[in-house]
Design a protein around this ligand. Structure first.
Ligand code: SAM
Length: 273
């Protein structure tokens, strides 16, 4: 199936989100400029000491996380489909005198634009839901990793994407692993609910089975799959803040976040091209 029209709709929406997000309280731009990391406990614990590592950040938005990783000493490259996001990421990189580089492309086409191999491939919060099929995504990740390198994802849990949040209370409407795209059109964004911008976007649901199988089928070794009740972001209705300043459902009926770490072992046969 050719999804170029859907990617183009998403690109335009993400372009429009950039200015709104850069001004939003959610993204705390002034604190970020002053040195505050935009990374959360899950990913900070997972990546550990990345000083001197080469890191590829998939779907980097306007680069706050990429630049936070660069501040930790990694040599970072960020990729995103939104040209407005990449423009702002490059401006921030120059302003903060960091040495990250940024590439504007569909994440699935990364290897057409980047030939470097990386110690770490990283992606976080709100990424795979913009991709129709995880097989080409996993293949690209395997190809871009050096032997011995690792892939890390922290992402919203697929159960959370089964709900239609445009109604109150939200209703369970979408299949856990439905193949068809989900089209949504709404005012505002997760970072500024009062914004008048209209988001028009296509998304796809991916089960945990699809995530894990896509990575293992390209020869990556799954170190862990972790599921968590608490999200660092207050983006779903009715969440309560806990002692760690994270947000969880009052009844903790299902997890909101998952993490996967997968390694490209030098001894196993991973997909190379
Ligand atoms: C929610 S952000 C994720 C980044 C990060 N969590 C943040 O908040 O900065 C999603 C990003 O994915 C990008 N994106 C969506 N579809 C894409 C695609 N097919 N290829 C590359 N980037 C894509 C969007 O432009 C957006 O910047």
């Amino acid at each position: 199936m050719n999804n170029s029209g859907k990617f183009e709709t998403n690109r335009k929406t993400w372009n429009a989100k950039v200015a709104v997000h850069a001004e939003s309280e959610f993204y705390e731009m002034q604190n970020f400029r002053n040195g505050k990391t935009s990374l959360n406990k899950y990913e900070l614990d997972a990546v550990g000491d990345i000083s001197g590592k080469r890191l590829l950040h998939l779907q980097c938005h306007f680069g706050q996380d990429t630049l936070s990783l660069a501040r930790m000493g990694a040599k970072c490259t960020g990729v995103d489909i939104s040209d407005e996001a990449i423009k702002l990421a490059k401006r921030l990189n120059a302003e903060l005198k960091l040495d990250a580089s940024f590439v504007c492309c569909n994440v699935l086409d990364t290897s057409e634009y980047i030939s470097e191999k990386f110690d770490i491939v990283f992606t976080s919060y709100g990424t795979i839901g913009w991709l129709p099929d995880l097989k080409p995504w996993a293949k690209m990740i395997s190809v871009r990793l050096k032997p011995g390198g690792f892939f890390y994802i922290v992402e919203f849990h697929p159960i959370a994407w089964m709900f239609d949040y445009s109604v109150s209370p939200p209703v369970m409407k979408y299949g856990y692993h439905q193949k068809e795209a989900i089209y949504e059109e709404y005012e505002g964004t997760y970072a500024d609910k009062n914004s008048k911008m209209v988001s028009k976007e296509y998304g796809w649901n991916h089960s945990l089975g699809e995530v894990i199988t896509s990575l293992s089928e390209v020869g990556l070794y799954i170190e862990y799959l972790r599921e968590h009740d608490a999200s660092p972001y207050d983006i779903f209705p009715g969440l309560l803040k806990n002692k760690e300043e994270m947000f969880a459902l009052p009844n903790k009926m299902y997890p909101l976040i998952f993490e996967v770490k997968a390694t490209k072992n030098s001894t196993t046969k991973a997909v190379e091209s």
